[in-house]
Design a binder for this molecule. Structure first.
Ligand code: FES
Length: 121
C-alpha cells in the first residue's frame, strides 16, 4: 500500500490528518485549512468530544467560529460566534438562534493522538 493510500479510509468521505490533539486548546477551537476551505475544529473537553464545522459564520460572513465559545443547549453541544453570539449546533449545524443560516459540519475521529476530519471528495 502506498503511503498516500494509507491516509484514505474507504467510504463516502476521505479523512485528512488535521493536527495533533495537543494542538487544540481545551474547550476551544482552532482553524484548519483543507484546500480552500477553512474548518473550525473543536475539542469540547468537558464532554470529551470533538467537532468540526465550517469556520465561516453565515451571519455577517466572518471567519470566526473557531474562536467561538462552546456550550450546551438542552444537552446539545453548540458554539457561539464571537461577533454577535449567534449559536449553532455542533452536531447538526442548525442555527439555534432562530435564524435561517445553518452551517456545515464534518465528522471527526482521533487515532493515536492525531485528529482526522472527514470531507467529501
Ligand atoms: S458574524 Fe457571527 S454572529 Fe454575526
Amino acid at each position: 500500500m502506498m503511503p498516500e493510500e494509507q491516509q484514505k479510509i474507504p467510504g463516502p468521505e476521505q479523512w485528512f490528518a488535521a493536527c495533533r490533539t495537543e494542538d487544540v486548546v481545551l474547550n476551544g477551537g482552532v482553524c484548519v485549512k483543507y484546500g480552500d476551505e477553512q474548518i473550525a475544529l473543536f475539542y469540547f473537553t468537558r464532554r470529551n468530544e470533538w467537532y468540526a464545522t465550517q469556520n465561516l459564520c453565515p451571519h455577517k460572513k466572518q471567519m470566526a467560529l473557531s474562536r467561538g465559545m462552546l456550550g450546551t443547549k438542552n444537552e446539545e453541544p453548540k458554539v457561539a460566534c464571537p461577533f454577535h453570539k449567534k449559536t449553532f449546533s455542533l452536531v447538526t449545524g442548525e442555527c439555534l438562534s432562530g435564524d435561517e443560516c445553518d452551517i456545515k459540519t464534518y465528522p471527526v475521529k482521533v487515532e493515536d493522538g492525531i485528529v482526522f476530519i472527514g470531507v467529501n471528495v
